[in-house]
Design a protein around this ligand. Structure first.
Ligand code: JHZ
Length: 396
């Protein structure tokens, strides 16, 4: 049974950056009620009313996975690891974005699936890209009895697809007998620990635990046999899934992870209710810090026009009155306005000026990379604000 535990208010689509704040654009903005639920049967955490994917993954999709050095490095590392460990003949990626992962394999081996037409167009020049949503129809078009994938990889995408049953059925059909499915997605264990409620937005239909993942893939005759915690995106999990447990035995690591999740009570509704109380407090405390700094005439900006920060700013109703602008390195976000709160986005070169006193870490998941990059800002007294694990000004 699905039980609601969190309401993050009325939210826009996190990707719907506005080119201008004209009356027409404002009238067309799409809003929905962001509720989050826990399923007491399979332990799956999901947003209660997923939005139609056709509204989300359009030719205007803004996120470029290769914008951060951290992600370029991490994707190269895992691609090399998978190549070495499994020597695959065919590697398919579901949700290949700008190709940051799959470009690390030989061009002849790879198949990319990317429904955002602007992104698919970008990678089509480099390797075979299907500009489609992943589903059974596409799987049948690509694969046959004699043609199967040895590795199917999907980072920050499976959590975005409402119909998990069809998704995994199509994967089961496409995977070779000894093939491995590797999935990376933010982990609910990290969300609970970090109070990072901003991992919930329209695209994150699910935030998985290993407990939930094991239950969900089983319905499509797949088995979760290994997993590892990874630091990307503020705490994610890399899941290893196969068809045949005779070939891949359950690892010690997966047994420990499942055990730790049970100890952390990720299978209990009460855990999520307590989390939702902490989220309410986090909202209050963040607003308090921002208002206090503003009353002292401090100039506050935000760093990284993330989808996550769309949830924060709209839930806390922090708009242009408090945050002068947001800096972001992504060219197609610059010159636009954030969904819902309409905060202008500019380049870091233009925005990281002497007058900035505080920068809210919208991209807190890249804190290390950003703090290293912005040494000058810190040296002259500039400070970052974060909301994880609780709202505070980072001293250095
Ligand atoms: P980042 C997106 O979420 C959307 P977002 C998506 N739904 C998802 O699941 C995750 O990614 C994986 C900028 N930046 O990766 C670049 C700087 O400006 O945290 C990006 O716009 N300067 C697919 O948006 C943003 O911040 C920097 O130095 O929450 C980071 O976005 C760095 C490091 C980043 O994902």
């Amino acid at each position: 049974m699905k039980k609601k535990f969190l309401n993050l208010g009325v939210q826009p689509l996190a990707n719907s950056f506005l080119s201008s704040i004209s009356r027409k654009n404002l009238l067309q903005e799409f809003f929905y009620n962001l509720d989050v639920s826990f399923n007491t049967n399979d332990y799956l955490v999901s947003i209660s009313n997923p939005v139609n994917p056709k509204l989300q993954y359009t030719e205007k999709y803004a996120h470029r996975a290769s914008e951060s050095k951290t992600m370029r490095h991490e994707f190269k590392k895992i691609a090399n690891k998978l190549q070495k460990k499994y020597s695959p003949n065919i590697v398919m990626e579901i949700g290949s974005n700008d190709g940051v992962f799959i470009k690390n394999f030989s061009k002849k081996k790879v198949l990319a699936v990317e429904p955002c037409k602007n992104l698919a167009k970008l990678t089509k020049k480099k390797f075979k890209t299907f500009p489609n949503f992943w589903n059974k129809k596409l799987a049948i078009k690509i694969f046959s009895k004699s043609k199967k994938a040895d590795i199917i990889f999907s980072a920050n995408t499976i959590s975005h697809i409402p119909n998990l049953k069809e998704t995994f059925d199509a994967i089961e059909f496409s995977l070779s007998k000894s093939g491995v499915l590797v999935i990376e997605d933010p982990s609910i264990h990290s969300v609970i620990k970090n109070n990072s409620y901003d991992q919930f937005y329209d695209e994150h239909v699910y935030v998985f635990s290993a407990l939930a993942m094991a239950n969900v893939v089983k319905r499509s005759n797949l088995r979760l046999f290994d997993a590892e915690k990874i630091t990307t995106h503020g705490g994610s999990m890399r899941f290893y899934i196969c068809k045949d447990l005779a070939k891949y035995k359950l690892t010690k690591k997966i047994k420990i992870i499942l055990n730790n999740e049970r100890k952390a009570k990720l299978d209990k509704f009460s855990t999520y209710l307590n989390f939702s109380k902490r989220v309410k407090k986090s909202k209050k405390d963040l607003i308090k810090i921002i208002k206090r700094l503003k009353s002292k005439n401090k100039k506050i900006i935000s760093y990284g026009a993330t989808y996550k920060s769309s949830t924060i700013f709209n839930y806390c109703k922090i708009g242009n009155k408090f945050i002068n602008y947001i800096t972001d390195t992504t060219l197609n976000k610059q010159g636009k306005f954030t969904p819902g709160q309409h905060i202008p986005i500019i380049s870091p070169e233009e925005g990281m000026t002497e007058e900035v006193d505080f920068a809210f870490l919208g991209a807190w998941n890249f804190k290390k990379e950003i703090l290293k990059k912005e040494k000058e800002f810190i040296k002259r007294g500039g400070r970052f604000i974060t909301h994880v694990p609780s709202p505070k000004i980072i001293s250095k």
